[in-house]
Design a protein around this ligand. Structure first.
Ligand SMILES: Cc1cc2nc3c(=O)[nH]c(=O)nc-3n(C[C@H](O)[C@H](O)[C@H](O)COP(=O)(O)O)c2cc1C
Length: 330
């Protein structure tokens, strides 16, 4: 069984990945958050900063690009191949309305003929192995039924499926019946991605889909950074004694952010963004996030963090059968 860290734009960039890998185990591989596409044959090295080798010594990584046409994707694919990345993942799942509207991300899923044309050109023009990250469709899960026969014509390295449709964004539930259809009909090795927030859910999924051996974890790892190790060990009894590792990781992440982000306001905002997720691991998470989001400066932020460290009650991943509930707040 392999566990993948999901690409989460704005969260799982190299600062996070490296701090994470120094304190937690269980992740075998990751896909980088998407590089935006752009026209033009020259690629500046700075554009792929997140993928620089020196930033990626700890977790094996495949680059991802968001684009709908070969001229947008091929120059970046070639550049990445020459730089040493043998695989390119194409993002066909991004649900952001302005991106979908331009037939990028999940927007392309409703047009299997466009996907076919794109893949044909990529296979002709690139040496990279190609993998795809898709949803079940843009507006309907029926779309995947027209899409899979098209992508079955190509020797994809893997097919990562998040079983929602684009218009759902992250709302509602994952559609496991349609995912099941994909498992039966897709030729490429499948990676499952969606709503694995706890051991109980993972086990249920593993029982339901015994043929799947690659599992991707995104938000669940931000809520509960111990989750990949819990899954690999099939045990969570040890977590309560190792919570100090979360705080060591937090210090490390803060150092990374202070090193690589320049303006104090940006640095603080970045940390606050992570707490949108980290707070979920504690009881009274909404109140914790509210306090953190109002921190005026680093001094104030650290006082709040110290208070949580002393008095916060960790709730995530402590018991085997509990399903973790994600509390959404803005
Ligand atoms: C904030 C955020 C950013 C994301 N960024 C990307 C991205 O850059 N590329 C991508 O393919 N998927 C992206 N996703 C989708 C995730 O990789 C994943 O498929 C989805 O969150 C479902 O898995 P989860 O429930 O384990 O988080 C993003 C999701 C979120 C919530």
């Amino acid at each position: 069984m392999q566990l993948y860290l999901a690409p989460l734009q704005g969260y799982t960039e190299f600062l996070f990945r490296n701090a994470y890998a120094r304190h937690f185990g269980g992740i075998d591989k990751t896909i980088a958050p998407f590089l935006p596409s752009g026209l033009g044959v020259t690629v500046k090295h700075k554009r792929i900063k997140d993928l620089w080798k020196e930033h990626n010594e700890l977790i094996p990584i495949d680059p991802q690009i968001l684009g709908k046409s070969a001229p947008e994707i091929v120059p970046v694919g070639k550049y990445l191949f020459d730089y040493g990345y043998d695989t390119l993942n194409i993002n066909m799942g991004c649900p952001i309305p302005t991106i979908r509207a331009k037939m990028r991300g999940s927007g392309i899923l409703a047009y299997p003929e466009m996907v076919e044309m794109l893949l044909e050109k990529l296979y002709n023009e690139l040496q990279n192995k190609i993998s795809l990250k898709i949803r079940l469709g843009n507006e309907s899960a029926e779309e995947v039924k027209a899409l899979i026969p098209v992508i079955n014509q190509f020797p994809l390295k893997e097919l990562i499926i998040h079983p929602r449709i684009g218009t759902q964004m992250y709302e509602g539930t994952v559609d496991l019946d349609s995912f099941s259809w994909c498992v039966e009909n897709a030729k490429a090795p499948i990676v499952y991605s969606g709503d694995i927030f706890d051991l109980a859910t993972f086990k249920k999924m593993q029982n339901k889909f015994p043929g799947i051996s690659r599992w991707m974890i995104g938000r669940g790892l931000l809520f509960s950074p111990f989750l990949p190790e819990i899954i690999k060990k099939n045990d969570c009894s040890w977590v309560k004694d190792e919570l100090y590792r979360f705080w060591e990781f937090h210090n490390d992440l803060e150092d990374e952010i202070l090193t690589y982000r320049d303006r104090p306001k940006n640095q603080l905002n970045k940390l606050k963004e992570y707490w949108r997720y980290f707070s979920q691991a504690f009881n009274d998470s909404e109140n914790i996030f509210f306090k953190i989001s109002r921190a005026a400066d680093f001094e104030n932020f650290r006082i709040i963090i110290d208070e949580i460290r002393k008095n916060g009650i960790w709730r995530a991943g402590l018991t085997e059968n509990d399903q973790f509930t994600f509390i959404k707040f803005l």
